[in-house]
Design a protein around this ligand. Structure first.
Ligand code: PLP
Length: 367
């Protein structure tokens, strides 16, 4: 008999393993994990080549805190260097925040159709996850506020939200902050911030500078196209930044990721090109879907939800596309059974996705 048991909080926990397309071959269209459509930043690719061929630093431990990267982030977004904490992807930072602040019995709020890493990380840390229902597939500030109890320690908010692609505006975020006690941390995960054009959007950086209990998260996995290197960062009030730096595994951010990230964040031309591409293809896709009366949720990010209005139809389309080497994301884990999430890819990829989706919907009507 095996007497070894994990801690109580983990005994019933199911692994979070996003269904990405394992096959990364050239003939595969991968619209399942919201990666940057245009690939990695060319300056980052060049930096990686240089690092690999000229520097040969593979045998050296990385800097514990890469000051070059911190400086590049600080310059790019006009932020205070000492408030920036680097992580092995923003997933790593989410887990670190939960580990740092949640005792057993403490509650952390996440939203209904929100990023699944939040409840997972809360549970792994031993906290209790509390779900605030959305309204019209959008985060509801009122519902979040209603879930606050004297046990609440953290509130997680992805803005824009994944998987719905919707956002809350600065007025709504300010309303939330007014209603949040100063001993509760509000984490604004702005993984897709760069793609948003809305006048009233804020990524949360200014709030970090004005409140002692707000954290903003960012990632290199989306706009900069560096998902495989695992690099994210948090902008935090000083006390929180110092705490996270003190519990972070010493070498959790690898040297190659830091080197490439430093180049990517300065690659303004590529960032502008990617944002423009996303806007153009997102608008085009929405126009095409509207014309053929296929429902979708308008998104401000680099992905969107398509609504097939029945689970059977959604499952059917997921399989139909997969059989044609087009991978989108099934939404069962999010309880959005009639939806599929589609990342914005290249023009050729979106044309193929659209053609096959229209073909399937036509066939499904006839069958
Ligand atoms: C809202 C949100 N936060 C964080 C992440 C993870 O980012 P990273 O690759 O930096 O861990 C994702 C990735 O899908 C995301 O959608």
């Amino acid at each position: 008999m095996n007497d070894i048991l994990p801690k109580k909080a983990l005994r019933r926990l199911k692994a979070y393993r996003p269904a990405v397309a394992e096959n990364k071959g050239n003939d595969v269209i991968r619209l399942s994990v919201n990666e940057g459509a245009l690939g990695p930043s060319p300056l980052a690719t060049k930096a990686i080549e240089e690092w690999s061929t000229n520097k040969h630093f593979f045998h050296r431990y990385p800097d514990q805190i890469d000051e070059n990267l911190i400086e590049a982030i600080s310059n790019r977004y006009n932020l205070q260097k000492q408030n920036i904490v680097l992580g092995n992807g923003s997933d790593d930072l989410i887990q670190m925040i939960c580990n740092a602040f949640l005792d057993s019995g403490d509650e952390a709020i996440h939203t209904e159709f929100g990023f699944l890493v939040f409840p997972q990380s809360i549970k792994i840390a031993g906290g209790t996850s509390v779900c605030a229902e959305d309204k019209n597939y959008t985060v509801s500030i009122q519902n979040i506020v209603e879930k606050i109890t004297n046990k609440t320690k953290i509130i997680f908010l992805a803005n824009p939200n994944n998987p719905t692609g919707t956002m809350v505006n600065s007025n709504e975020i300010n309303e939330l902050i007014i209603n949040v006690r100063s001993d509760i941390i509000l984490v604004i995960d702005a993984a897709y911030a760069e793609y948003v054009e809305h006048d009233l959007y804020i990524d949360g950086a200014s709030l970090v500078e004005n409140y002692n209990n707000v954290i903003m998260l960012r990632t290199f996995s989306k706009l900069h196209g560096l998902a495989s290197l695992r690099l994210g960062w948090a902008y935090c009030p000083l006390l929180i930044a110092n705490l996270l730096k003190s519990i972070r595994p010493a070498f959790s951010v690898n040297a190659l990721a830091s080197f490439a990230g430093t180049a990517a964040i300065q690659d303004i031309e590529f960032q502008q090109q990617s944002i423009l591409h996303n806007k153009k293809l997102r608008d085009w896709t929405f126009q095409q879907l509207s014309q053929v009366e296929i429902d979708f949720i308008p998104s401000v990010a680099n992905f969107f939800l398509i609504n097939l209005n029945s689970e059977k139809r959604a499952d059917g389309l997921l399989k139909y596309l997969k059989d044609r080497n087009i991978y989108v994301r099934g939404m069962q884990p999010y309880n959005l059974h009639s939806f599929l999430r589609v990342s914005i890819g290249t023009e050729a990829e979106m044309k193929k996705f659209l053609k096959n989706t229209i073909d399937f919907c036509g066939k499904f009507k006839r069958d």
